[in-house]
Design a binder for this molecule. Structure first.
Ligand code: NZQ
Ligand code: ZN
Length: 391
């Protein structure tokens, strides 16, 4: 392990409008792209919260078409439906209002609008996306960072796959992040969101070589989640806690925190997407289960220093000569934090009680992700072992 800054290309075209009532800027923001808007949303939370009515009244001079009902772990069928609406009505701009699932689905809708075929083709081969409609988002759940990145994760129930769709054309043009919109997020989703944003950081931090700038960013975000997660969990309308989590989540997944670090394998995400694909579990809960297992599995003489550093700088574990003891104390502190948010510790707790699909999951994870350069390089058997230890 070494400190060094590797070369990188970095840039994000997304403008973030952060703060209470920033939604008032929506007409100006959308107006730059046209009048015909496809409004994409989920199962109805935005109606309960009053955001739907607010959007309708702000956009009274626009022509709005709707694509409701996007599922958590969004299905490709929803993207196909949205893309068909865009084609039929010659939509100018897509407005996604919701959490990561709504935003992710909208990204695929934007690209599939210009593709002559099923949206799933674009997921299987991201290079087939050559053009996309502009996307504007209104975020209602702090977790994925989808409002500030070019990633989407799409599920296909027919093939039991959940795969990334990475397309720089689908960076949101503007994302409106009003922390008060997350006041109504349930305890379960608040906790899952915390686990997700922390995992995004661990994926970038637990690497072979890092640099001090990246470390500082990562550690600040982890400390922010540790300091505010429980506050938001206990008191949903704690503005400062919600605001801190919202900004932390946006920064955690747009690449900035890992810039200049060595290869980032995203092991927990690669494995979790398989769990979600087969069992439709909540992404952040899957990560909360896998992360401590992954960390302990990754410990060896070459990597222990990295986990001891994490323990010391983020979890305030005092320095001691036994680095393994330090690393273990850090992992235990993380487990205590997850427990304080009532996150599950085992796959059994989320209804996965057997190894039935582990082989298929491990095959798929290895086929779609490169774990060969992970902090501890992993092959299929290692993935199987991580899954078994998570049961
Ligand atoms: O469907 P609605 O009615 O909107 O309800 C949602 C949903 O039931 C609800 N919710 C959202 N905002 C709310 C709210 N309920 C009350 N008040 C609010 N303000 O919360 C439930 C979960 O929503 P979802 O969007 O699924 O959650 P999240 O934001 O955690 O997104 C998870 C998805 O994003 C993917 C995950 O794999 C998963 O499919 N990811 C996307 C990433 C990206 N684009 O970069 C990276 C992540 O690692 C992740 O893989
Ligand atoms: Zn995630």
């Amino acid at each position: 392990m070494a400190y060094r800054v590797y070369d990188f290309d970095y840039g994000t075209p997304t403008q973030i409008l952060f703060g209470k009532d920033k939604i008032e800027r929506l007409p100006e923001v959308l107006g730059a792209f046209g009048k015909k808007v496809l409004l994409v949303y989920g199962g109805g939370s935005i109606k309960k919260m009053g955001i739907y009515d607010r959007v309708q009244s702000l956009l009274k001079d626009f022509e709005i078409y709707e694509c409701p009902g996007v599922e958590p772990n969004p299905r490709v069928t929803s993207a196909d439906k949205g893309a068909a609406l865009c084609k039929e009505h010659d939509i100018d701009v897509v407005l996604a209002v919701g959490g990561g699932s709504v935003l992710d689905c909208s990204k695929l809708i934007c690209a599939a609008r210009y593709y002559d075929g099923p949206a799933w083709d674009l997921v299987l081969d991201n290079a087939k996306a050559t053009k996309a409609l502009p996307l504007v988002t209104v975020l209602t759940l702090a977790a994925t960072g989808s409002e500030y990145d070019a990633a989407a994760v799409i599920s296909n129930l027919e093939t039991q796959q959940k795969l990334p769709f990475m397309c720089p054309l689908t960076y949101p043009k503007v994302s409106i992040c009003d922390p008060t919109y997350t006041f109504s997020v349930s305890k379960k989703q608040t906790a899952a969101g915390c686990a997700d944003m922390m995992s995004h950081i661990f994926e970038q931090y637990c690497v072979t070589d890092s640099n001090l700038v990246a470390d500082g960013l990562c550690e600040a975000i982890l400390r922010t989640v540790l300091g505010n997660g429980k506050k938001a969990y206990d008191k949903g309308d704690d503005y400062e806690a919600r605001a801190s989590l919202m900004w932390a989540s946006s920064l955690a997944c747009n690449g900035i925190c890992g810039t200049g670090n060595s290869f980032q394998a995203w092991v927990c995400h690669g494995i979790e997407h398989e769990l979600s694909a087969f069992y439709d579990i909540t992404h952040g809960e899957g990560l909360a289960i896998l992360t401590p297992v992954f960390m302990r599995y990754s410990l060896n003489d070459r990597t222990v220093g990295r986990f001891a550093t994490l323990a010391c700088r983020v979890f305030d574990v005092p320095f001691e000569a036994d680095l393994y003891a330090m690393a273990e104390k850090g992992i235990q502190a993380l487990e205590r934090f997850f427990a304080s948010l009532n996150l599950p510790r085992t796959l059994r707790e989320v209804g996965i009680t057997s190894e039935e699909h582990f082989e298929a999951m491990a095959d798929s994870a290895i086929a779609h992700w490169d774990f060969s350069q992970a902090i501890r390089p992993l092959d299929k058997n290692d993935v199987l072992e991580i899954l078994r230890r998570s049961l």
